[in-house]
Design a protein. Sequence first.
Length: 147
Amino acid sequence: MSPVAGWNWLGLMPWIWLALVILFSVIEALTMTLTTVWFAASALVMVFVAMLHVPFPAQILLFVLFSAVLLFFTRPLALKFLKKKTATNADSLIGSRCKLLTAVTQDEKGTVRLKGVEWSVASADGSPVEAGTECVIKEIKGNTLIV
């Protein structure tokens, strides 16, 4: 009989699950996708299940079931909670008035200087706007003001 066949693998299973907790946590920290965190949580539960000497196939089944439940039911809630938009300083420009330095055409963006910063400007409806026209900022897309 080989030494591997006689080894007590069930005694090592809590440590293997703990290693998986660390692995999944590191992957989550590097990717920030809110996916592998659920596998890490499932593996953490499995550390304690393995201490009860549950057979290995049952451990795998429990891990898969628990991971699936967490992934499909709690991930959408977590994403909704974490996707709240935080206002930025640029958001305070919406509703402000500005005077165009260069004209907005259908092919090119214009420019404005607002609070000491030069911005690209496009019209909301795509129509041309003459230089010197006073406009109201409706939204910001990337680094372009929409007037």
